[in-house]
Design a binder for this molecule. Structure first.
Ligand code: KG4
Ligand code: ZN
Length: 351
């Protein structure tokens, strides 16, 4: 009998206490929710260590997770003011991400769930980013449009129910976060790229017209043209020995990269006659994009659910939030569940 079968007749609670664990990249995170109420949120980051190498070194990430995981979970339980016996389920990211990093969180979660005798819930990291909105607005209920913009994915999604999604459009090449990271590299800015570009952009003007690029059909995105335009702009000037403002390049890139996200999300909401847009993923932490979304949604009469910045970048609160969704769907995992480096977002269309 698989572990999940033990819970086939589980009496579901309306507001279960769920421990969320996240270790897919360079953040070791643990959080506790009771229903949609967030009781604690702990993030131990190895980003400062990774910055020395200009990006995430998987081996360093795995070792940092091993070092931090017990501390993160203990702190989350303590800060929530609960004890281990109060936990009703353990939700953990099983992918996508760095395999060695994921395995640290997953193995810990399996043993923790088993020792408590509670269900294990395997969470798709991206679904976690999408579920962060449920914590930002306790009354949020599907259907709504989800704008997802992270380091690996960029998509406009029709969230039809808690577990049914229709991808209206997604990136054909680089994700929005990846584009920020590459732009940062061209501009000689430190890792992580997104926040560095945002900071420099504040000192500049969006006065360079980079191509708006997105000639794809429907709601698809393409960031490779914008990336090439930024590289060409900087290299051409450097070769000619011409002065140029890196801050203006950052601001112009940011305006082009964010403009299309807001535009596509609002257009999708209008087409699907949705009154709400919920956003998630690291790029949604960008202050310029947040203001733009607020402005565009206000003028279109659309309600915007914007998780706080710390719940847009990687965290375990969002994993617990998606854990809650899967708990109510009774989607429990076996202890044989394995880590997965890549989980496709799904094909365009209904999921
Ligand atoms: O969602 P996330 O934390 O990790 C996953 O990819 O799942 O997203 C990370 C991405 C990185 O590419 C990072 O540069 C970008 O989000 N990012 C930002 C900002 N903060 C993080 N991009 C633009 N502005 C930011 N403030
Ligand atoms: Zn993420």
């Amino acid at each position: 009998m698989g572990y999940s079968a033990r819970f086939a007749a589980l009496q579901l609670k309306e507001k279960p206490v769920i421990l969320g664990i996240e270790s897919s990249c360079d953040e070791t995170a643990a959080a506790i929710v009771r229903g949609r109420e967030l009781l604690s949120n702990v993030v131990i980051s190895s980003a400062a260590e990774q910055a020395k190498y200009g990006g995430v070194v998987p081996e360093i990430a795995s070792r940092a997770h091993t070092d931090a995981i017990e501390r993160a979970v203990e702190s989350a339980v303590r800060e929530a003011g609960i004890c281990n016996a109060d936990i009703d389920a353990v939700a953990v990211t099983y992918g996508a991400g760095l395999l060695g990093a994921l395995l640290v969180g997953l193995s810990f979660a399996k043993s923790f769930a088993w020792s408590l005798g509670v269900p294990l819930i395997a969470v798709n990291h991206i679904r976690g980013h999408m579920a962060a909105a449920y914590l930002a607005d306790e009354a949020l209920e599907p259907p709504f449009i989800t704008l997802l913009a992270s380091g690996g994915h960029t998509a406009v999604i029709y969230t039809k129910s808690y577990t049914e999604f229709e991808i209206l459009g997604s990136t054909r090449d680089d994700a929005a976060g990846e584009a920020f990271d590459k732009a940062a590299r061209v501009l000689g800015l430190p890792y992580p790229g997104g926040p560095s570009v945002e900071k420099l952009a504040r000192e500049g003007e969006a006065n360079i017209s980079f191509p708006k690029m997105f000639r794809g059909s429907g709601y698809d995105f393409s960031y490779s043209g914008l990336k090439t335009a930024v590289i060409n702009y900087c290299h051409t000037r450097e070769q000619k020995g011409e002065e140029y403002s890196r801050a203006d390049v950052a601001a112009s890139f940011q305006a082009a990269a964010c403009g299309v996200l807001a535009e596509r999300a609002v257009a999708a909401a209008k087409e699907k006659k949705c009154k709400t847009i919920a956003a998630g993923g690291g790029v949604i932490a960008n202050g310029y994009l947040r203001e733009l979304l607020q402005k565009e949604c206000a003028s279109a009469g659309i309600r915007l659910v914007l998780p706080e910045k710390k719940y847009c970048t990687d965290n375990a609160a969002m994993i617990a939030a998606e854990g809650l969704v899967q708990y109510h769907a009774e989607n429990f995992a076996d202890l044989s569940v394995n880590a997965c480096a890549h989980i496709p977002l799904g094909k365009k269309g209904k999921q």
